[in-house]
Design a protein around this ligand. Structure first.
Ligand code: SAM
Length: 230
């Protein structure tokens, strides 16, 4: 296996549910790094102890990134190797990873991505919706800018991929239905986990389904793009 580069930032993808989805390279890098920066150190310690990774962990979260970014940059400049992981999947997607990457670029620090699972791609490839062109929107804004974003998405011709929480999914599906009309959609839930589910239908059908029973777990929602002929 490769020799780890001193003073580099490694962006290490980790499983999105099933611990066996860890790559050999990810285990090797996390074992060799001097420090692992993780969003939620308690969550990450389950994965790390499973793979007997004893590298010191420190928290890197949206609430401490202003303070922690310069500290991590300082460690990197001193020649330490930092591995960044997120709660699940690929760091830098809907998490503070972007800020650290930006800071490293400004300081000429080498950034090495270690690819692996991501909820977006896992959901998209199995959805059955067109996957040759898609747009990832992350979490929709909760208040400010939400209506404008929904209107923009209603005209989007590529498959739209969103993250949503189980508490907000019904509201979001209702609003999408109102603004987009009835379209094909897929709700991909609990990917790679015991209760993995793909609901394939239309927005109206998904709305009915969600009204019939409350759901739990993590969700990726995919909506067919706007077809000008519709
Ligand atoms: N970095 C991650 C990635 O590569 O996909 C995503 C982090 S984002 C903060 C967390 C969101 O990803 C969750 O709220 C959910 O929408 C989605 N997600 C993560 N794991 C998932 C899973 N196993 N099944 C479905 N969605 C998942």
């Amino acid at each position: 296996m490769e020799t780890i580069e001193k003073g580099a930032l490694y962006l290490v993808a980790t499983p999105i549910g099933n611990l066996a989805d860890m790559t050999f390279r990810a285990v090797h890098i996390l074992q060799q790094a001097d420090v692992i920066a993780a969003e939620d150190t308690r969550k990450s310690s389950v994965l790390l102890s499973h793979y007997q990774i004893h590298t010191p962990l420190r928290s890197y979260h949206s609430y401490n990134l202003k303070r922690e970014t310069p500290r991590l940059i300082e460690l990197l400049k001193q020649g330490q190797t930092v591995a960044l992981i997120s709660d699940a999947g690929t760091p830098g997607i809907s998490d503070p990873g972007y800020h650290l990457v930006q800071a490293c670029i400004q300081e000429n620090i080498r950034i090495i991505p270690i690819p692996g699972p991501s909820a977006i791609i896992t959901a998209l490839v199995a959805s059955g919706l067109p996957s040759h062109r898609f747009v990832f929107e992350g979490f929709l804004p909760r208040k400010k800018g939400r209506k404008t974003r929904l209107d923009q998405l209603a005209r989007e011709e590529r498959t739209v991929v969103l993250y949503e929480s189980p508490h907000r999914i019904l509201k979001t599906v209702k609003e999408l239905h109102e603004r987009m009309g009835d379209r094909s959609c897929v709700m991909a839930r609990e990917l790679t986990k015991k209760f993995e589910e793909f609901f394939r239908g239309t927005l109206a059908e998904l709305e009915k389904y969600l009204e019939s029973k409350p759901i739990k777990g993590e969700i990726v929602l995919l909506i067919q793009g706007f077809n000008k002929r519709d």
